[in-house]
Design a binder for this molecule. Structure first.
Ligand code: GLN
Length: 486
């Protein structure tokens, strides 16, 4: 996959194009293509034009950085001052936050140009983006298929080249899985590496802002810019990652220990299994050492995730009461009825299901049997991953058990949908980083993604391995032909 950010940045600094002109190109491409993909749910073109002017000044006066003047998008759950941010839920209809998420503050300071907010599963709950109140975004690789979720709109826009890159959120796979379905790169950083301030909460102990881009280098440039401790997020961590983008391409994979867990390949479609094993063979041929590891705890990851995520969601979503934000029901006799009606009318079915599940597992009488047990099992899973990383540097696994489903395919069964998250949720439970990179297309022409997982704060290691594979590993997924092409 070809890089987008560095070449655009070079064109901007060489004066071949101005940010104002580049931004107009993206705006025209969105106007031409967004109806096809339903990627953007709101646009901020006037602000983008102003940001482009500022960026052009930065370029002229020598204060530009790698991201100055480059048009991008934010998932509809990342706050930006004064812009619609609705989590694709009726209950946040019309909501405009009055502050910026820290990750966005950092990009804005560098002169990034935000084009608008992109589609997602309602409150980031889902794996296809079909629970959005605006209807599902479509997969540019084949519009009869879903983008994956929940950051499906970002994945669709970045794949279709109607955003150079985007920020999403990953609570149980929502950056990596849509990246895999759309044939792009998705980075889920270590928990705490990127501030969550201004990311609308789903499951706070699992949520993390991540990057969707067309190449590993693009993801590294953005990660370098948004990571870091933040006084507004007490769970953010002060860790010096160095300049990861600059480190790429300077190391090979000789001696890199790659853990392979058979448990990760159970129930995975054969074409995906073969594609990932071929990729592992590539690493081995280049001097990496393959280590067989055992991860029996993977079986527990899915129930643990769905109990903890729903419990936290039921608490986090208590604030949508019709008083403080967005939508309020009409016709009520008292406050209680107003709250009841607002929540009944404002939340979609999947969100209601999770609030009820979460309330149930937290209720007295069931707390010990479900929530507490899940928390204890979570500790076991974390300990097992820590042990495993004493024997290997990275783990390679599929990103998802399948490629992009046809639209409406999983609609009937929520549990079947939850099962498709098996490969991504352990990463959020343990808080480690992982990156999904495209490998090849399946026999239907839909991209297959591979996950490279590392120990906490090993972003440099996983991105270097991913970069090495992307550059030398015979990747058979190309950048999408459409939108703004270089
Ligand atoms: N698919 C998972 C869920 O529905 C993950 C979502 C996410 O990462 N936001 O909870």
């Amino acid at each position: 996959m070809k890089e987008i950010i560095a070449p655009l940045s070079k064109m901007l600094s060489a004066g071949e194009i101005s940010s104002a002109e580049l931004t107009e190109k993206y705006i025209s491409a969105i106007e031409a293509d967004n109806e096809k993909y339903n990627a953007y749910v709101s646009t901020t073109f006037d602000k983008a034009r102003k940001a482009a002017e500022t960026a052009d000044k930065m370029i002229a006066d020598g204060t530009a950085t790698a991201l100055t003047g480059i048009p991008m998008t934010l998932k509809d759950n990342i706050c930006s001052d004064g812009d619609l941010t609705t989590c694709c839920s009726k209950i946040l209809r019309g909501f405009r936050p009055y502050y910026d998420a820290t990750a966005w503050t950092k990009l804005k300071a560098q002169g990034a140009v935000m084009l608008g907010k992109t589609n997602m599963d309602e409150f980031a709950m889902g794996s296809t983006s079909e629970t959005s109140c605006y209807g599902a975004p479509l997969n540019p690789r084949n519009t009869a298929h879903v983008t994956g979720g929940s950051s499906g709109g970002v994945a669709s826009a970045v794949c279709a080249n109607i955003a150079a890159y985007g920020l999403g959120s990953d609570t149980g796979g929502s950056v990596r899985q849509p990246a895999s379905f759309c044939g792009i790169v998705g980075l889920k950083p270590t928990y705490g590496a990127v501030s969550r301030y201004g990311l609308i909460a789903y499951g706070s102990s699992l949520d993390q802002i991540g990057v969707l881009s067309n190449s590993v280098k693009d993801a590294a440039i953005v990660f370098d810019s948004i990571s870091g401790v933040d006084e507004n997020d007490q769970t953010s961590v002060d860790f010096d990652f160095g300049n990861i983008a600059d480190s790429l391409g300077k190391a090979d994979v000789k001696g890199l220990k790659i853990g392979i867990a058979q448990e990760y390949f159970e129930g995975i479609n054969d074409e995906i299994k073969t594609a990932i094993f071929d990729a592992v063979k590539f690493f081995e041929d280049n001097g990496a050492e393959i280590v067989d590891i055992k991860l029996p705890v993977l079986k527990q990851a899915l129930p643990v995730y769905y109990i903890i995520a729903c419990a936290e969601a039921s608490s986090n979503l208590g604030r949508y009461d019709g008083i403080r934000y967005g939508y309020r029901a009409e016709n009520f006799n008292d406050v209680e009825e107003m709250i009841l009606k607002t929540r009944t009318e404002g939340f979609g079915d999947e969100v209601k299901r999770r609030i009820m599940l979460g309330t149930y597992v937290l209720s007295s009488g069931y707390y010990d049997a479900y929530y507490k047990k899940a928390c204890l099992l979570r500790e076991n899973i974390i300990a097992d991953f820590e042990d495993i990383f004493n024997t290997c540097d990275i783990i390679i696994a599929p990103t998802a058990p399948n490629t992009a489903f046809p639209l409406n395919f999983k609609g009937a069964s929520p549990v079947e949908m939850y099962l498709s998250d098996i490969a991504t949720v352990p990463i959020n439970i343990t808080g480690v980083p992982a990156i999904s990179v495209p490998v090849k297309n399946d026999s239907n022409g839909l991209p297959i993604g591979m996950q490279i997982i590392g120990r906490k704060f090993s972003e440099k290691t996983i991105m270097n391995a991913a970069y090495f594979f992307e550059k030398n590993g015979n990747v058979q997924v190309d950048n999408f032909e459409g939108g703004v092409l270089l």
